[in-house]
Design a binder for this molecule. Structure first.
Ligand code: MG
Length: 247
């Protein structure tokens, strides 16, 4: 069964944006060198590992414990606050096959939007990590909107819509972002069953979307956080071609 859709939502972290575990250690090392303190690499990598053991995953640290990267791992060096994000950005990369998959979806006449977690208030395009990455990796043209629990950004004209503010992506807090999304799509003549959500987390990309009638694809190319009842599970973005097409 091929999923015939008019709209596709793609998750950002650990999905479109890839990253390996090792990469995070290289980031610590490079940041130490940038700071002129290569002698601390080993010690700071060790602290980084302790932090990962404490909080579980890189994304948990990144999303909820970010200040501790500077205060704990980098011994509260003020310069680390600027240096680390710059180094981090250098290591961001697109998931394998993502560009071809995006091209394919758009060629099929499918509208593609990014559906991302976002903790900070949204500003103009290019002022946050997500849109900056879409710009620098030259894929922003494939996306219509950036939809987040902080609001929605029209990626063509930069307009911000705050209807989504305060909603949530996770089952645990209701997954209400998908209620708003489903209603918006429906108002434009797109049924949830004609929309597909692609993401890596069962609890924020798959189950809450399925509950609203969306089709779902579980991407496990980077991280397998647990099973889901998604319509499909893929390891590589090239697989999208065989399972999704335009209506
Ligand atoms: Mg994700």
């Amino acid at each position: 069964m091929v999923l015939e859709v008019k709209w596709a939502g793609i998750d950002f972290g650990q999905c479109l944006l890839s990253g390996s575990r090792e990469r995070t250690y290289w980031m610590i090392g490079d940041a130490c060198k940038e700071l002129g303190e290569p002698e601390f690499i080993e010690e700071r990598c060790h602290k980084w590992r302790l932090m990962k053991e404490k909080y579980g995953t890189w994304s948990a640290i990144k999303e909820k414990r970010r200040p501790e990267i500077v205060t704990y791992v980098f011994d509260d060096r003020p310069a680390a606050k600027d240096v680390f994000p710059l180094v981090e950005r250098k290591y961001f990369s697109l998931a394998d096959g993502a560009v071809d998959a995006l091209k394919y979806l758009v060629d099929q006449g499918i509208e593609v939007s990014m559906v991302a977690e976002h903790r900070r208030t949204l500003g103009p395009i290019g002022t946050d990590e997500t849109t900056r990455f879409l710009q620098s990796s030259k894929i922003i043209k494939y996306f219509t909107e950036l939809i987040t629990p902080q609001g929605k950004v029209n990626l063509r004209d930069g307009a911000i819509d705050l209807k989504y503010k305060g909603s949530s992506k996770e089952t645990e807090s209701g997954g209400t972002m998908y209620d708003i999304l489903a209603a918006e799509l429906l108002a434009r003549g797109i049924k949830p069953s004609e929309a597909v959500m692609v993401g890596d987390k069962e609890w924020s990309d798959i189950t809450p979307a399925q509950k609203r009638g969306f089709k779902t694809i579980h991407y496990i190319g980077y991280l397998l956080t647990g099973p889901s009842n998604a319509d499909y599970t893929i390891r590589h973005f090239s697989e999208l071609k065989g399972i999704v097409k335009g209506v």
